[in-house]
Write a protein that binds this ligand. Structure first.
Ligand SMILES: Nc1ncnc2c1ncn2[C@@H]1O[C@H](COP(=O)(O)OP(=O)(O)OP(=O)(O)O)[C@@H](O)[C@H]1O
Ligand SMILES: Cc1ncsc1CCO
Ligand SMILES: [Mg+2]
Length: 294
């Protein structure tokens, strides 16, 4: 997708590709994937992501039809970030050296009117990490996606002595009110992953019930689905709520299909990528399970 197309999408929220109000959620999920795949040039996603996740994030973006660029040097950001279709920031292996580049990239994305997505990995692991996540939140991400524990810590605003690390100690549904409050406070979409993936803009709440529990046994699947959200938001930047729910559902469907051939987490990782690459309309329309949460 070239810049002209991107700007037209921003100015005209109701395009043929995303006239989603009249479409079912399942159709919407498919439309987003199709839009990523069929863009005139693949949506370019700058990823400042953790060292564990880089390979899976890049491969998930490629298999969905997007183009990943793991460019995180602060020297390159003023020149490179304005050219991307979306920015992805993930604090999983945060150090003091990386934080200025993350903030700079967020600021340049804002100036360039590019959507950006934040993954607050293990936000409650330390006071340093939580402060960094809250500072990034104040810069105005388009979407924040975390697991239940991460979203609860951002809402409570204090590091938690019991916080274990990157894995969640909570159900996503424990964090619905926290997610709504964060969405209203920071004016962003908040997604909470889990058995049900929750998405809210502070008013509306939907749940996507796709995926398989074994996705939790592959490191960085959460990081990868946040990257997919960035790719979906890149193609429909005026509709981040819909794009986020669609990405979570599509990733979950790829997990379900991958699980049919997998013998464990190692082969699920491979089959997940294959399934995302070959996902077709019939599978998405049959399997997408997105509904309002009251
Ligand atoms: N119980 C479950 N059943 C089905 N799918 C699940 C379940 N738990 C998580 N998932 C899916 O696994 C993926 C990763 O979600 P998870 O909540 O584990 O992220 P995370 O904790 O941030 O992971 P990481 O930090 O390792 O990247 C999402 O697509 C989510 O929908
Ligand atoms: C295990 C782990 N530790 C820091 S980042 C990461 C990848 C999953 O978030
Ligand atoms: Mg995570």
């Amino acid at each position: 997708m070239d810049d002209e197309t991107l700007n037209q999408r921003r100015q005209q929220p109701k395009t043929a590709a995303n006239d989603e109000k009249s479409e079912s959620w399942a159709q919407l999920a498919w439309t987003h994937l199709e839009c990523v795949r069929n863009s005139s040039s693949p949506p370019l996603i700058q990823c400042i992501t953790n060292l564990v996740s880089m390979d899976l994030v890049a491969n998930v973006l490629l298999s969905a039809g997007a183009s990943p660029a793991m460019i995180h040097s602060i020297e390159e950001i003023p020149e490179f970030t304005p050219k991307v279709h979306a920015l992805y920031i993930n604090v999983g292996t945060l150090t003091l050296a990386w934080l200025p580049a993350m903030k700079k990239a967020a600021a340049v994305a804002n100036e360039s009117k590019r959507p950006w997505v934040l993954d607050p990995v293990a936000a409650g692991a330390s006071a340093f990490r939580l402060k960094a996540c809250l500072e990034l939140l104040t810069l105005g991400p388009t979407v924040v996606r975390g697991n239940g524990s991460e979203i609860l810590v951002l809402f409570n605003g204090s590091a938690n002595a019991n916080f274990k690390g990157a894995d969640s100690m909570h159900e996503s549904t424990d964090a619905i009110e926290a997610a709504k409050s964060l969405a209203r406070t920071y004016g962003c979409i908040v997604a909470v992953s889990g058995a049900v993936d929750i998405v809210t803009d502070g008013e509306r709440v939907v749940g996507a019930k796709n995926g398989v529990p074994m996705l939790q046994k592959i490191t960085a699947t959460g990081c990868a689905v946040t990257a997919l959200i960035a790719a979906f938001v890149a193609v429909t930047p005026s509709q981040p709520f819909e794009a986020t729910a669609a990405a979570l559902s599509v990733f979950g469907i790829a997990g379900e299909l991958g699980m049919c051939s997998a013998g464990g987490p190692g082969s699920l990782r491979m089959h997940l990528i294959d399934a995302l690459h070959s996902l077709d309309r019939t599978a998405v329309l049959q399997r997408a399970n997105i509904a309002n949460v009251s």
